[in-house]
Design a protein around this ligand. Structure first.
Ligand code: GTR
Length: 326
Protein backbone atom coordinates (compact mmCIF):
# COMPACT_ATOMS: atom_id res chain seq x y z
CA UNK A 1 0.00 0.00 0.00
CA UNK A 2 1.39 3.37 -0.94
CA UNK A 3 1.79 6.01 1.71
CA UNK A 4 -1.11 7.96 0.22
CA UNK A 5 -3.42 4.95 0.21
CA UNK A 6 -2.37 4.10 3.74
CA UNK A 7 -3.20 7.62 4.81
CA UNK A 8 -6.59 7.36 3.07
CA UNK A 9 -7.30 4.03 4.72
CA UNK A 10 -6.42 5.37 8.16
CA UNK A 11 -8.60 8.44 7.61
CA UNK A 12 -11.47 6.27 6.38
CA UNK A 13 -11.04 4.07 9.45
CA UNK A 14 -11.18 7.05 11.76
CA UNK A 15 -14.25 8.35 9.95
CA UNK A 16 -15.85 4.91 10.33
CA UNK A 17 -15.15 4.84 14.04
CA UNK A 18 -16.53 8.34 14.45
CA UNK A 19 -19.61 7.38 12.45
CA UNK A 20 -20.32 4.27 14.48
CA UNK A 21 -19.65 6.23 17.68
CA UNK A 22 -22.18 8.73 16.33
CA UNK A 23 -24.84 6.10 15.68
CA UNK A 24 -24.22 4.54 19.08
CA UNK A 25 -25.21 7.81 20.71
CA UNK A 26 -28.31 7.77 22.86
CA UNK A 27 -31.39 8.97 21.04
CA UNK A 28 -34.52 10.20 22.77
CA UNK A 29 -37.61 10.35 20.57
CA UNK A 30 -40.14 12.84 21.91
CA UNK A 31 -43.79 12.21 21.13
CA UNK A 32 -46.84 14.42 21.70
CA UNK A 33 -50.41 13.47 22.57
CA UNK A 34 -53.29 15.67 23.70
CA UNK A 35 -54.83 12.83 25.70
CA UNK A 36 -54.17 12.11 29.40
CA UNK A 37 -51.62 9.59 30.62
CA UNK A 38 -54.04 6.69 30.96
CA UNK A 39 -55.56 7.03 27.46
CA UNK A 40 -55.00 4.07 25.10
CA UNK A 41 -53.09 6.14 22.51
CA UNK A 42 -50.60 7.31 25.16
CA UNK A 43 -50.19 3.83 26.62
CA UNK A 44 -49.64 2.35 23.15
CA UNK A 45 -46.84 4.78 22.30
CA UNK A 46 -45.25 4.06 25.69
CA UNK A 47 -45.45 0.35 24.92
CA UNK A 48 -43.82 0.99 21.57
CA UNK A 49 -41.07 2.87 23.45
CA UNK A 50 -40.40 -0.16 25.65
CA UNK A 51 -39.99 -2.38 22.59
CA UNK A 52 -37.66 0.12 20.97
CA UNK A 53 -35.54 0.49 24.09
CA UNK A 54 -35.24 -3.26 24.46
CA UNK A 55 -34.34 -3.86 20.82
CA UNK A 56 -31.83 -1.03 20.59
CA UNK A 57 -30.01 -2.20 23.71
CA UNK A 58 -31.22 0.85 25.62
CA UNK A 59 -29.85 3.28 23.04
CA UNK A 60 -33.17 4.62 21.73
CA UNK A 61 -35.92 5.73 24.11
CA UNK A 62 -39.33 7.32 23.65
CA UNK A 63 -40.69 10.05 25.89
CA UNK A 64 -44.39 10.80 25.59
CA UNK A 65 -45.62 14.31 26.43
CA UNK A 66 -49.28 13.65 27.17
CA UNK A 67 -52.18 15.90 28.13
CA UNK A 68 -51.37 18.48 25.47
CA UNK A 69 -48.13 19.47 27.24
CA UNK A 70 -46.69 20.41 23.83
CA UNK A 71 -49.80 22.24 22.64
CA UNK A 72 -52.77 21.36 20.44
CA UNK A 73 -52.70 18.70 17.72
CA UNK A 74 -52.05 21.37 15.10
CA UNK A 75 -49.11 22.70 17.16
CA UNK A 76 -47.48 19.30 17.42
CA UNK A 77 -48.04 18.56 13.73
CA UNK A 78 -46.18 21.78 12.95
CA UNK A 79 -43.28 20.77 15.23
CA UNK A 80 -43.08 17.33 13.66
CA UNK A 81 -42.98 18.88 10.21
CA UNK A 82 -40.10 21.14 11.24
CA UNK A 83 -38.26 18.21 12.82
CA UNK A 84 -38.30 19.82 16.27
CA UNK A 85 -40.38 16.90 17.53
CA UNK A 86 -39.92 13.27 16.46
CA UNK A 87 -43.48 11.99 16.80
CA UNK A 88 -47.09 12.95 17.32
CA UNK A 89 -50.17 10.84 17.82
CA UNK A 90 -53.03 12.75 16.29
CA UNK A 91 -56.46 12.14 14.85
CA UNK A 92 -56.22 11.61 11.11
CA UNK A 93 -58.77 14.44 10.86
CA UNK A 94 -55.99 16.82 11.89
CA UNK A 95 -54.21 15.78 8.66
CA UNK A 96 -57.20 16.20 6.31
CA UNK A 97 -56.19 19.65 5.15
CA UNK A 98 -52.49 18.69 4.88
CA UNK A 99 -52.61 15.44 2.88
CA UNK A 100 -55.97 14.87 1.29
CA UNK A 101 -55.85 11.06 1.11
CA UNK A 102 -56.25 11.00 4.91
CA UNK A 103 -59.82 12.24 4.37
CA UNK A 104 -60.80 8.88 2.95
CA UNK A 105 -61.06 6.88 6.22
CA UNK A 106 -63.12 9.73 7.75
CA UNK A 107 -65.80 9.69 5.07
CA UNK A 108 -69.22 9.37 6.68
CA UNK A 109 -70.64 5.86 7.05
CA UNK A 110 -67.79 4.35 5.01
CA UNK A 111 -66.94 1.59 7.47
CA UNK A 112 -69.68 -0.80 8.41
CA UNK A 113 -68.06 -2.25 11.56
CA UNK A 114 -64.88 -2.32 13.62
CA UNK A 115 -63.88 -5.53 11.80
CA UNK A 116 -64.29 -3.78 8.46
CA UNK A 117 -62.15 -0.87 9.68
CA UNK A 118 -59.41 -3.19 10.97
CA UNK A 119 -59.34 -5.26 7.81
CA UNK A 120 -58.88 -2.14 5.71
CA UNK A 121 -56.29 -0.48 7.95
CA UNK A 122 -54.27 -3.71 8.15
CA UNK A 123 -54.25 -4.15 4.36
CA UNK A 124 -52.30 -2.50 1.54
CA UNK A 125 -55.13 0.08 1.42
CA UNK A 126 -54.26 1.11 4.97
CA UNK A 127 -50.55 1.25 4.09
CA UNK A 128 -51.23 3.40 1.05
CA UNK A 129 -53.22 5.91 3.11
CA UNK A 130 -50.63 5.85 5.90
CA UNK A 131 -47.82 6.66 3.46
CA UNK A 132 -49.75 9.47 1.83
CA UNK A 133 -48.30 12.22 4.06
CA UNK A 134 -44.62 11.65 3.24
CA UNK A 135 -44.38 14.46 0.72
CA UNK A 136 -45.88 16.79 3.29
CA UNK A 137 -43.13 15.81 5.76
CA UNK A 138 -44.69 12.98 7.77
CA UNK A 139 -43.93 9.28 7.91
CA UNK A 140 -47.05 7.43 9.00
CA UNK A 141 -45.99 4.70 11.44
CA UNK A 142 -49.33 3.21 12.45
CA UNK A 143 -53.09 3.56 12.55
CA UNK A 144 -54.71 3.37 15.97
CA UNK A 145 -58.38 2.88 16.85
CA UNK A 146 -60.72 5.67 17.75
CA UNK A 147 -64.07 3.90 17.58
CA UNK A 148 -67.05 5.67 16.08
CA UNK A 149 -67.84 9.33 16.60
CA UNK A 150 -71.35 10.28 17.65
CA UNK A 151 -73.03 13.60 18.45
CA UNK A 152 -73.76 14.80 21.97
CA UNK A 153 -75.79 17.80 22.96
CA UNK A 154 -76.66 19.88 26.03
CA UNK A 155 -80.32 20.84 25.77
CA UNK A 156 -82.14 18.17 23.80
CA UNK A 157 -81.28 14.82 22.26
CA UNK A 158 -80.56 14.43 18.56
CA UNK A 159 -82.61 11.52 17.19
CA UNK A 160 -82.59 12.38 13.51
CA UNK A 161 -81.37 15.01 11.06
CA UNK A 162 -84.20 17.44 11.81
CA UNK A 163 -83.32 17.49 15.52
CA UNK A 164 -79.82 18.69 14.65
CA UNK A 165 -80.96 21.45 12.24
CA UNK A 166 -79.66 24.85 13.26
CA UNK A 167 -77.60 23.55 16.19
CA UNK A 168 -74.09 24.87 16.70
CA UNK A 169 -71.90 21.78 16.70
CA UNK A 170 -68.18 21.70 17.47
CA UNK A 171 -66.02 19.73 15.02
CA UNK A 172 -62.33 18.97 14.55
CA UNK A 173 -60.36 21.51 12.54
CA UNK A 174 -60.97 19.94 9.15
CA UNK A 175 -62.99 21.09 6.14
CA UNK A 176 -64.44 17.61 5.78
CA UNK A 177 -65.65 17.59 9.39
CA UNK A 178 -67.25 21.01 8.83
CA UNK A 179 -68.97 19.76 5.66
CA UNK A 180 -70.48 16.73 7.43
CA UNK A 181 -72.19 19.00 9.93
CA UNK A 182 -73.32 21.44 7.26
CA UNK A 183 -74.79 18.51 5.31
CA UNK A 184 -77.23 17.90 8.13
CA UNK A 185 -78.24 21.56 8.22
CA UNK A 186 -76.36 22.44 11.41
CA UNK A 187 -73.67 25.08 12.00
CA UNK A 188 -70.15 23.73 12.39
CA UNK A 189 -67.74 25.36 14.82
CA UNK A 190 -64.19 24.02 14.41
CA UNK A 191 -62.00 24.33 17.52
CA UNK A 192 -59.29 22.36 19.38
CA UNK A 193 -60.49 19.66 21.77
CA UNK A 194 -59.21 21.57 24.80
CA UNK A 195 -61.86 24.29 24.30
CA UNK A 196 -64.90 22.04 24.00
CA UNK A 197 -65.79 21.61 27.67
CA UNK A 198 -66.03 25.34 28.39
CA UNK A 199 -67.79 26.04 25.09
CA UNK A 200 -70.48 23.49 25.94
CA UNK A 201 -70.77 24.73 29.48
CA UNK A 202 -71.20 28.38 28.52
CA UNK A 203 -73.53 27.56 25.62
CA UNK A 204 -71.17 28.89 22.96
CA UNK A 205 -71.95 25.59 21.22
CA UNK A 206 -74.98 23.29 21.57
CA UNK A 207 -73.28 20.04 20.76
CA UNK A 208 -70.07 18.26 19.79
CA UNK A 209 -69.17 14.84 18.43
CA UNK A 210 -66.68 12.24 19.58
CA UNK A 211 -66.20 8.67 20.80
CA UNK A 212 -67.05 7.55 24.36
CA UNK A 213 -63.47 7.79 25.72
CA UNK A 214 -63.04 11.44 24.66
CA UNK A 215 -66.60 12.32 25.77
CA UNK A 216 -65.68 10.87 29.14
CA UNK A 217 -62.04 11.94 29.63
CA UNK A 218 -62.83 15.55 28.64
CA UNK A 219 -65.78 15.55 31.11
CA UNK A 220 -68.04 16.63 28.26
CA UNK A 221 -70.80 14.33 29.57
CA UNK A 222 -71.11 16.59 32.60
CA UNK A 223 -72.23 19.48 30.40
CA UNK A 224 -73.82 17.68 27.41
CA UNK A 225 -75.75 14.73 28.70
CA UNK A 226 -77.46 13.47 25.53
CA UNK A 227 -75.13 11.12 23.66
CA UNK A 228 -76.87 10.33 20.37
CA UNK A 229 -75.51 7.27 18.59
CA UNK A 230 -75.12 8.70 15.10
CA UNK A 231 -71.81 6.86 14.61
CA UNK A 232 -71.34 8.99 11.52
CA UNK A 233 -67.60 8.44 11.09
CA UNK A 234 -64.82 6.12 12.28
CA UNK A 235 -61.90 8.53 11.81
CA UNK A 236 -58.83 6.59 13.01
CA UNK A 237 -55.82 7.91 14.92
CA UNK A 238 -52.41 8.27 13.26
CA UNK A 239 -48.93 7.94 14.68
CA UNK A 240 -46.67 10.28 12.74
CA UNK A 241 -42.88 10.49 12.59
CA UNK A 242 -41.00 13.55 11.39
CA UNK A 243 -39.69 12.90 7.86
CA UNK A 244 -36.81 15.29 8.57
CA UNK A 245 -35.69 13.18 11.52
CA UNK A 246 -36.49 9.90 9.77
CA UNK A 247 -34.20 10.68 6.85
CA UNK A 248 -31.27 11.14 9.24
CA UNK A 249 -31.73 7.75 10.92
CA UNK A 250 -29.77 4.66 9.90
CA UNK A 251 -31.89 2.00 8.20
CA UNK A 252 -31.55 -0.41 11.15
CA UNK A 253 -33.01 2.16 13.57
CA UNK A 254 -35.89 2.93 11.23
CA UNK A 255 -36.72 -0.74 11.17
CA UNK A 256 -36.69 -1.01 14.97
CA UNK A 257 -39.04 1.99 15.20
CA UNK A 258 -41.38 0.91 12.40
CA UNK A 259 -41.68 -2.68 13.68
CA UNK A 260 -42.36 -1.53 17.25
CA UNK A 261 -45.04 0.88 16.04
CA UNK A 262 -46.82 -1.86 14.13
CA UNK A 263 -46.60 -4.22 17.06
CA UNK A 264 -48.13 -1.66 19.39
CA UNK A 265 -51.35 -1.71 17.32
CA UNK A 266 -52.70 -4.99 18.69
CA UNK A 267 -51.98 -3.82 22.24
CA UNK A 268 -53.76 -0.54 21.53
CA UNK A 269 -56.84 -2.28 20.13
CA UNK A 270 -57.18 -4.37 23.26
CA UNK A 271 -56.88 -1.29 25.48
CA UNK A 272 -59.31 0.58 23.26
CA UNK A 273 -62.06 -2.02 23.53
CA UNK A 274 -61.70 -2.01 27.32
CA UNK A 275 -61.63 1.77 27.51
CA UNK A 276 -64.73 2.24 25.34
CA UNK A 277 -66.60 0.03 27.72
CA UNK A 278 -65.25 1.68 30.87
CA UNK A 279 -65.98 5.14 29.53
CA UNK A 280 -69.54 4.16 28.72
CA UNK A 281 -70.04 2.99 32.32
CA UNK A 282 -68.54 6.21 33.70
CA UNK A 283 -70.71 8.50 31.59
CA UNK A 284 -73.87 6.54 32.39
CA UNK A 285 -73.08 6.75 36.09
CA UNK A 286 -72.45 10.46 35.64
CA UNK A 287 -75.97 10.99 34.29
CA UNK A 288 -75.47 10.74 30.53
CA UNK A 289 -78.27 9.34 28.41
CA UNK A 290 -77.40 7.21 25.39
CA UNK A 291 -79.93 7.89 22.65
CA UNK A 292 -80.65 5.70 19.61
CA UNK A 293 -80.90 7.60 16.32
CA UNK A 294 -82.35 7.24 12.87
CA UNK A 295 -78.95 6.69 11.28
CA UNK A 296 -80.39 6.35 7.80
CA UNK A 297 -81.59 9.96 7.98
CA UNK A 298 -77.98 11.10 8.50
CA UNK A 299 -76.55 8.79 5.90
CA UNK A 300 -79.07 9.99 3.32
CA UNK A 301 -77.70 13.56 3.28
CA UNK A 302 -73.99 12.71 2.97
CA UNK A 303 -73.64 12.30 -0.79
CA UNK A 304 -72.55 15.94 -1.34
CA UNK A 305 -69.73 15.34 1.16
CA UNK A 306 -68.39 12.48 -0.95
CA UNK A 307 -68.80 14.53 -4.12
CA UNK A 308 -66.88 17.45 -2.70
CA UNK A 309 -64.06 15.63 -0.87
CA UNK A 310 -63.31 12.55 -2.93
CA UNK A 311 -61.55 14.59 -5.55
CA UNK A 312 -58.86 12.44 -7.19
CA UNK A 313 -58.75 9.13 -9.03
CA UNK A 314 -56.63 7.71 -6.21
CA UNK A 315 -59.25 8.66 -3.62
CA UNK A 316 -62.12 7.31 -5.75
CA UNK A 317 -60.21 4.05 -6.14
CA UNK A 318 -59.53 3.84 -2.38
CA UNK A 319 -63.21 4.36 -1.58
CA UNK A 320 -64.21 1.61 -4.04
CA UNK A 321 -61.62 -0.80 -2.65
CA UNK A 322 -62.69 -0.08 0.94
CA UNK A 323 -66.34 -0.67 0.07
CA UNK A 324 -65.36 -3.97 -1.57
CA UNK A 325 -63.62 -5.29 1.56
CA UNK A 326 -66.01 -7.69 3.26
C1 GTR B 1 -60.41 12.37 19.66
C2 GTR B 1 -59.03 12.13 19.13
C3 GTR B 1 -58.17 13.33 19.38
C4 GTR B 1 -58.83 14.62 18.93
C5 GTR B 1 -60.25 14.68 19.37
C6 GTR B 1 -60.99 15.90 18.84
O1 GTR B 1 -61.24 11.27 19.41
O2 GTR B 1 -58.45 11.04 19.78
O3 GTR B 1 -56.93 13.13 18.79
O4 GTR B 1 -58.71 14.80 17.56
O5 GTR B 1 -60.96 13.51 19.06
O6 GTR B 1 -62.18 15.79 18.62
O7 GTR B 1 -60.37 16.95 18.70
Amino acid sequence: MSYLNLKRAVLAGIAGILLSAGTAQALELRSADIHPDDYPTVLAVKKMGELIQERSGGRITVKVFSGGALGSENDSIEQVKLGALAMARVSSAAMHNICEVTRVPSLPFLFTSTEHLHKVLDSDIGDQMLRSCEQAGFVGLAWYDSGARSMYSRDKPIRNVSDAKGMKIRVQQSDLSVAMIEAIGANATPMPLGEVYTSLKTGLIDAAENNYPSYESGHHYEVAKYYSKTEHTMTPEMLLFSKRQWDKLPEADRKIIQDAARESVAYMRKLWAERENNSLQIVLKGGAEVVETDKASFQAVMKPVYDRFVTTDEMRDLVKRIQAVK
